[in-house]
Ligand binder design. Structure first.
Ligand code: RP5
Length: 283
């Protein structure tokens, strides 16, 4: 699986930031930092929830006094981008895709890359008799995936989450699916252990679909999302033993039938399209 390089971004320009200020204007052709833009006026913003210094966030320190190891493993925090070395100017890491109309960290905890993991859990759509349903036009089988409705934007999304300092991507994939799609946080210890065991089994064999930048509405010039999206295709109906139950930062959870017309958060349609290609499903 090669790192997928996005050529530009659109979710994080020319919008009002979530519960924050309007971003400075960025015409599409001025997104790359290589394009001259002398009138560029990014708004400076770090959300109060980040600036107050929760454990998951970096210190709110101002260059050039900080000592963060950018482009490196900084203690337990991975500050390496999937895109290789990103520039650091006047002490600030620079978004590898380009301008966003905002400096600071917005709602993101880390300066530079904020790493996430996205579990794309799929199964075939079946009729009442258990037969796989094919699309009448493409004649290809229809794939379903587990989606959650995000509480922050109200959009449907893959139940991904941030890789906590010291955690691995594979652990995060299971953890986030458990928390957001099964509400494991609110289970008692015995039920939690059962879910963990089932997930260990079902998440044994995954296909990596995407590694790279996410066109996330929270990105800024100095802080951005990157992810690893992995497909876990359920050919044996193992996921039917789970009762989907929205938890953590999800308002709803559901199996969603996939076609090219559905709309999802950030770059998530890219990962779904890759899952369709891997499983040779209807699009
Ligand atoms: C997206 O944000 C990633 O693709 C992932 O789905 C998600 C992680 O952020 P939280 O859901 O933890 O807010 O960019």
């Amino acid at each position: 699986m090669k790192v997928a390089r996005l050529s530009t971004h659109s979710s994080c320009i020319n919008t009002a930031y979530l519960k924050g200020p309007q971003r400075g204007n960025v015409p599409a052709e001025k997104v790359p930092f290589s394009a001259a833009f002398p009138d560029y006026k990014p708004v400076v913003y770090t959300a109060p929830s980040v600036a107050s210094g929760p454990v998951w966030a970096d210190k709110d320190i101002t260059a050039p006094m900080h000592s963060m190891a950018f482009n490196a493993l900084d203690g337990k925090v991975n500050r390496v981008s999937h895109y290789g070395k990103y520039p650091v100017e006047n002490g600030f890491p620079i978004n590898p895709i380009g301008r966003t109309g905002m400096t600071g960290r917005g709602l993101l905890g880390k300066w530079g890359p904020n790493h996430a993991a996205d579990p794309v859990v799929t199964r075939w759509k079946r009729d009442a008799k258990g037969e796989i349903v094919k699309d009448s036009k493409s004649s290809k089988p229809i794939l379903e995936f587990v989606g959650i409705k995000r509480n922050d934007t109200g959009e449907w999304a893959i139940p991904g989450g941030m890789v906590d300092a010291g955690d691995t991507v594979s652990l995060t994939l299971k953890k986030e699916f458990g928390e957001e799609a099964l509400n494991s946080i609110e289970m008692d210890e015995a039920a939690k252990a059962k879910v963990r065991k089932n997930l260990d089994e079902l998440f044994k064999h995954g296909t990596t679909l995407y590694k790279g930048y996410v066109d996330d509405p929270r990105n800024t010039d100095n802080a951005w999302m990157e992810t690893v999206a992995v497909n876990f295709h359920d050919s044996s109906n193992g996921f039917n033993s789970f009762k989907l139950h929205a938890g953590d930062d999800a308002g709803a959870v559901s199996w969603i039938a996939i076609d090219s017309a559905i709309k999802l958060y950030a770059s998530h349609m890219l990962f779904i399209e890759a899952a369709v290609a891997v499983n040779q499903a209807h699009w």
